[in-house]
Design a binder for this molecule. Structure first.
Ligand SMILES: [Ca+2]
Ligand SMILES: [Ca+2]
Length: 329
């Protein structure tokens, strides 16, 4: 796996730098005659919050209203070559979610630095105000690496988007607790505007405390994703495999959505989650039926989801109803 990863990394670096070298040559001749005009800085700020209601039929499940998110976001650029993104979660005391700077000095190349979502899985990389459903599929919320501190290099071409990154491996706002850095890449091909296909890979090392001993354990992830989108409908699907120490887990989902009328979207998702591949009959199969009512686009949106949760072994009463109001301004 490691040999393969290195090979793919070399291939990625090769593809990432070819266009930049070619364009650097073209640009160097152009810039002598026409030095680029620096644009004034820009700032786009927004805030959004989620008011959620949950009715879970299981004995110890939630039956509650809650404020799920209250986020403040500042995005913009200092000049044509430096962009930034700062996001706070303000539910209790403010917590930094994103603190990222992007350098755009090389054509087609973005160098990102700071704390942000690790490039892995299209669902994980979707901002929370754009989620199709109230909850992420279980495989994404459990296996996909979320935000971390580090840096990555991204190249966005018309039909190819590639990103390679190195992160602490410990999550949001945490320093590294070992000498190893986690390595990650994602490659998405979009040969046409209506569909894209991608793969993500993550290889890391977690240091855990076992009694008085510190032990290094591997954390590996492999993901595949597919999206097909036409005017009123889309299909999205992802598969993620995870290995933590020797435990292997995996899951997938397929989601269909259709705009019944311009303001109303109907969604159906089927997902499967296997928390341990070495144990039989322990998979969870969840069917989610949902609607999104766009009262005012994403600025005022009401989401209603019902989850039919089916266990492979002994069935449990644990279906649930989620309702969420999103306000964004
Ligand atoms: Ca580390
Ligand atoms: Ca059940």
């Amino acid at each position: 796996m490691k040999g393969k990863s290195n090979f793919v990394l070399n291939l990625l670096v090769f593809f990432l730098f070819i266009p930049s070298i070619l364009n650097a040559q073209i640009d160097s001749s152009n810039t002598q005659q026409n030095p680029p005009q620096e644009k004034p800085s820009s700032l786009k700020q927004n805030a959004y919050f989620h008011i959620r209601g949950i009715a879970d039929e299981s004995n110890n499940g939630d039956n509650t209203f809650q404020i799920k998110r209250a986020r403040l976001e500042f995005k913009g650029s200092i000049n044509t070559k430096i962009k930034y993104h700062l996001q706070f979660e303000a539910m209790q005391s403010p917590v930094i979610k994103d603190a990222r700077v992007s350098f755009l000095y090389i054509p087609y190349i973005e160098v990102k630095l700071g704390q942000y979502k690790v490039p892995f899985s299209m669902e994980e990389l979707t901002p929370a105000y754009d989620f199709d459903l109230i909850e992420n599929p279980k495989v994404v919320s459990i296996l996909a690496p979320f935000r971390d501190v580090g840096f990555s290099i991204r190249s966005d071409l018309r039909w190819l988007n590639a990103e390679v990154g190195i992160f602490n491996g410990n999550g949001e706002q945490l320093k590294d607790n070992n000498k190893k850095k986690d390595f990650n890449w994602r490659l998405v091909l979009a040969p046409s505007k209506i569909y894209s296909i991608g793969i993500s890979c993550y290889n890391g090392m977690n240091t855990i405390t076992n009694g008085s001993q510190k032990v290094d354990v591997r954390k590996d992830r492999l993901g595949a994703e597919f999206k097909f989108e036409i005017d009123k409908a889309f299909i999205k699907s992802e598969y993620i495999y995870g290995k933590d120490r020797n435990a292997k887990s995996e899951g997938w989902y397929i989601r269909l959505a259709y705009r019944v009328i311009p303001n109303l979207q109907a969604i159906c998702q089927y997902e499967q989650w296997d928390p341990n591949k070495d144990i039989a009959d322990n998979k969870e199969n969840i069917l989610t039926l949902g609607t999104n009512l766009f009262v005012d686009g994403n600025n005022a949106k009401i989401q209603l989801n019902y989850l039919f949760v089916n266990e492979e072994g002994m069935p449990i009463k644990n279906n649930r109803l989620n309702i969420q109001l999103q306000i964004m301004f």
